[in-house]
Design a protein around this ligand. Sequence first.
Ligand SMILES: NC(=O)c1ccc[n+]([C@@H]2O[C@H](COP(=O)([O-])OP(=O)(O)OC[C@H]3O[C@@H](n4cnc5c(N)ncnc54)[C@H](O)[C@@H]3O)[C@@H](O)[C@H]2O)c1
Length: 255
Amino acid sequence: MEGRVVVVTGGAGGIGAAVCRGLAAGNASVAAVDLDAGGLDSLVRDAKGTGGGSVTAYVTDVTAGGVAEAVLGQVESELGPVGALVNVAGVLRRGPAALCSLEDWSALFAVNATAVFLWSAAAARRMAGRPGASIVTVASNAVGVPRVGMAAYAASKAAAAAFTLGLGLEAAAHGVRCNVVCPGSTDTPMLAAMGPNAAAGAVAGDAAAFRAGIPLGRLAAPQDVADAVVFLLSEQARHITMHSLYVDGGAALRG
Ligand SMILES: NC(=O)c1ccc[n+]([C@@H]2O[C@H](COP(=O)([O-])OP(=O)(O)OC[C@H]3O[C@@H](n4cnc5c(N)ncnc54)[C@H](O)[C@@H]3O)[C@@H](O)[C@H]2O)c1
């Protein structure tokens, strides 16, 4: 990380601040981007003297149009060419999928998905051809496994993850690596905001919430499996290949 300029969105949050501190300890010049001016202030204060690197605060709403370009330009003029981007900014709103309001859905997608697109695309354009160029998006383990009350959040994170991987396929030709980190429950303000029992509940697990067993409530009949086999053999499946079709009433908790 020596001497590299790394932009971290959500830098004032629990995971973002840890990323910033780690990068600064490795002698990077970190541009910490967040809405939370007070959080950024204390991050900058704490990071002083922890190594040869630095943390500079950029108080910014990552969802605002045109802002990614403008802030990346400002970072480049103040700290030097950007070598990496870490998308950590995120919000969580929970509730039953069928009752999710358009307002909640839009708020989740604005930060968790659209901002990842805006910042990653802008960074990839700038970083093309720069040695060691890299983007990491912090998504969630909810991307891979359905969670009760988290459908809209998971959808926003899945969008971010898919965009990051697709960008990675194209940007590889320009030497830009793109990866996704999917954390599980992590001890941060986001988890604390889920209530006093959230941490203990996450550790202990909740069989009902995870729908252990068979969510559709019955064993498969041989005919259920046979129907899927026949479908895959048929002309109706002419464009389906390399696919694993789970016929398990939802038991595997995955698609
Ligand atoms: N904590 C967990 O259990 C957990 C689990 C899986 C994934 N994640 C993901 O990890 C990332 C970091 O989460 P955290 O736990 O550190 O949460 P956090 O709430 O501590 O940090 C999130 C940060 O994002 C910032 N942010 C939110 N909206 C913003 C906006 N519009 N513009 C700029 N900054 C904005 C917040 O101010 C905050 O500092 C998030 O993307 C979250 O979804 C967290």
